[in-house]
Design a protein around this ligand. Structure first.
Ligand code: URA
Length: 216
């Protein structure tokens, strides 16, 4: 809706005596700006997002790790085990992720981990474009609050969502990039779940993480 149409509507409401419309809108804007200046506030805001996804989930999965980390790992969405525990990457993929981190001298105390979606999609389906569009602003806020130097996108869904691209992970992997609104450098790599199915690609991910550590 254009500005003119919006102001006509507001004028009409004001004419018919609904005088609190404009103040409601500006207080809503103030609210949106005010909300989430800390991780705890962001968690609270996200927990109130009205989406059917959360009705199928056991727990909201927000983030874990060092809140002052230079490296933030961004996954896709919680799986069954993450849904049970409310913590990202604690299932099979998470165990492999821990090994990848250890191989380059990192561990969970040195990184922060979160996902594009905070709730498990039913049956572990891929997040829909609508869900990604809904949560992307929260992901950007989440990253800004941590303020890492580097964001590693784990897998194609996280990379496509953050970078707003349709380019596949095979082409994005290992290439540094940036997005508007974030100071961090971003590097996509393969998702640990993909490595469980295609172990021959582990070397590429190891090289990407060496690249990350070397860039700090
Ligand atoms: N896969 C993800 O992308 N995120 C998790 O938290 C677990 C598995």
């Amino acid at each position: 809706m254009g500005k003119k149409a919006l102001s006509q509507i507001l004028e009409w409401f004001s004419d018919v005596g609904v005088s609190d419309v404009t103040s409601n809108i500006s207080s809503l804007n103030r609210e949106t700006k005010r909300e989430a200046s800390t991780l705890a506030e962001l968690k609270e805001v996200i927990s109130k997002v009205d989406i059917s996804l959360k009705k199928c989930a056991l727990n909201m999965v927000f983030g874990v790790g060092n809140e002052k980390a230079d490296i933030l790992l961004l996954g896709e969405a919680p799986g069954a085990e993450e849904d049970k525990q409310g913590i990202p990457f604690v299932g099979q993929s998470g165990q492999l992720l821990d090994k990848i981190l250890a191989a380059v001298g990192l561990d969970r105390t040195k990184v922060y981990i979160t996902n594009i979606l905070p709730w498990r999609p039913p049956g572990n389906r891929t997040p829909s474009n609508q869900e990604i569009d809904l949560f992307r602003p929260y992901v950007l806020k989440h990253i800004s609050l941590i303020n890492p130097k580097i964001v590693v996108c784990l897998g194609g869904t996280a990379a496509k969502a953050l970078l707003q691209t349709t380019v596949g992970i095979m082409q994005l992997r290992g290439k540094w990039t940036k997005v508007d609104g974030l100071s961090a450098r971003i590097i996509p790599t393969f998702h640990p779940a993909y490595l469980l199915r295609s172990p021959s690609q582990k070397r590429e991910v190891w090289l990407d993480f060496l690249n990350v550590v070397g860039a700090l």
